[in-house]
Design a protein around this ligand. Sequence first.
Ligand SMILES: *Cc1c(COP(=O)(O)O)cnc(C)c1O
Length: 387
Amino acid sequence: MTALNDKLQALRERDLYRTRRVLDSAQGVQVVVDGERLLSFCSNDYLGLAADPRIIAALERGARDYGVGSGASHLVSGHMRPHHQLEEGLAAFVGAERALLFSTGYMANIGVMSALMDRHGVVLEDKLNHASLIDAAQLTRARLVRYRHADLAHLNEVGAALDGPMLVATDAVFSMDGDLAPLRALSEFSEKKGAWLLADDAHGLGVLGENGRGSLHHAGLRPTGRVIYMGTLGKGLGSFGAFVAGDEALIETLIQSARTYIYTTALPPAVAAATSEALRITEAEDWRREQLFARVKRFRAGAAALGLGLMDSETAIQPILFGSASKALAAAARLRELGIWVPAIRPPTVPDGAARLRVSLTAAHTESQVDQLLRALESVDQNESAS
Ligand SMILES: *Cc1c(COP(=O)(O)O)cnc(C)c1O
């Protein structure tokens, strides 16, 4: 035990120790955290759907009709009508032949890569990819080659000498930076190399593209041929779970061989029913995206006027770079004193020296709440040394 305690103490000393806060309310713009009311800028509930009464009602109906537990994996007896309907709805929404539900985005990424790659393959990944994509590649035992962030020249350089089964994986919207992957150029590279392209759209589904159809649509691409789409349902859609979309043969391959699909219990059917309602609302209510992007614009203009270190992001994810973990933590603590909750993101989630506040905006924030955040940020000194 002392070895564990020594490691924990070392994390504390480097300002890298993580703690959890307990919410006593639903996810949303106003939350109750450890008994305190806070204005939150830290959920991925970009469209403000996590506690929508229509989605709650769909969950209740789903539970009444199908119970709580699915009782089995999809291939045994747990694949119920609400799962099947959701898959059909998702495929139509993103413009794919088929879609396949997974319990989480983490499991979807592992499932896709483990079904398509083995130790004879090569996986090429952006340096800033989400941990689940990195872990997925490592589990396949394929050779993992990482290219500099969104850098096509570097990808071409490292890719030139490689051949054999290949897969390129990228966050479509980078989770800690908010910028977009160069999907068109990545798909051209993949086409040229005969490689798969896996686009992880955890932060783009519901947010980008016509009616929120996601980053591929936004880039003028579709999940077909060698292009694979992975979308998560616990962020913009406000529910839970994930799916992979692509051609028939790809989806059938995943059903036959993706271990994180086969060897796990199917999602609760009521959650699938709730997600179908979330999907309907996402597609129908363009005003949510309009409102979100209006808030993004207002925040960026205000933050630029304050001289804050904004990053190159046009999405809901608006990081403010601080550098050291201690400075980012001090800034988060100052905002908290002012009743505002913004997370400090530290290594290893971001590279060393790139600690930041990660502001996430949602359609549910009002203009005056964005202004309140800006006023609070004005009182945070970005250059102040917290040590
Ligand atoms: C959140 C996230 C995931 C994981 O999705 P879950 O459904 O939460 O497991 C995968 N990729 C990216 C880029 C993410 O941000």
